[in-house]
Design a protein around this ligand. Sequence first.
Ligand SMILES: NC(=O)c1ccc[n+]([C@@H]2O[C@H](COP(=O)([O-])OP(=O)(O)OC[C@H]3O[C@@H](n4cnc5c(N)ncnc54)[C@H](OP(=O)(O)O)[C@@H]3O)[C@@H](O)[C@H]2O)c1
Length: 271
Amino acid sequence: MHTRPIPSTGEPLPVIGLGTYRSFASYTPELGTVVNLMFEAGGTMIDSSPMYGAAETVTGDVLDEIRGRERAFLATKVWTSGKQKGINKMNESFRKMSAGDTMELMQVHNLIDTEAHLDTLKGWKADGKIKYIGITHYTHSAFLELGDWIRREPEIDFCQFPYSIERRAAEKDFLQLCADYGVATLINRPFEQDGLFSDILGKPLPDWAGDLGITSWSQYFLKYLLADEAVTCLIPATKNPEHMADNLKAGSGPMPDLAERKRMALYFDSL
Ligand SMILES: NC(=O)c1ccc[n+]([C@@H]2O[C@H](COP(=O)([O-])OP(=O)(O)OC[C@H]3O[C@@H](n4cnc5c(N)ncnc54)[C@H](OP(=O)(O)O)[C@@H]3O)[C@@H](O)[C@H]2O)c1
């Protein structure tokens, strides 16, 4: 699988990861297969949050079951107000996810009490308890506020935000801002949850998709996002091993350039 460097350290990160919202709501043995498929293809990133019901606990159970902790780049979030409450919640996330002593990435979820949590996270990064600090949001209208934090806080290593072939606001200037400030990008909702798949139901891929190594609509949607080098890693969610195998194929082979990205968007818009 292709990797892209995390700008603040140069550490290579595989471009396809895994989200856990809804898909990790309860434990099933298939989830172990999903995560193992990702590891076998070279992927590492698993993104969760205390907001996603049992997802952190299920992630920890799956990693224990398949003895996968060492192969994972574990990411979760702090989703509460107040510095001490944040510390308690984050320590709980470490336990639930079976993270051990170190979590790769801790993110401030939806910019809730960012100042208080960044203060904690900067200390934890200096102590080696986390490797990277991130901020996230789920709306396009938050780009301004995310950008303000990136400009003023050099310790932010990652920014997670929504971007898909249907909703392309990040292309306007936000991806460039992340690149300019050396911030890695994690793309959430790459399929607009199930939305993109309903949009293309019964519609054919264009003939030229094969030139980009694309054999399914999921790969089309994911490779579209990887056309821009400012995109570091995608975190589509799935509980289905077949879907995981399909999504992982988007991480290898030829990647579209920006001209091809434009052509992909035009075709999608024409459907
Ligand atoms: N504020 C934030 O920080 C924030 C907000 C939103 C999301 N996130 C993160 O981003 C992750 C991704 O976003 P999301 O889960 O909202 O939506 P998404 O990844 O855009 O879509 C997930 C949906 O796509 C389906 N799917 C996946 N692969 C497929 C394939 N190859 N073919 C057909 N269907 C497929 C899944 O169903 P199956 O399970 O049946 O495959 C699931 O219903 C989340 O899980 C979460 O980790 C973070």
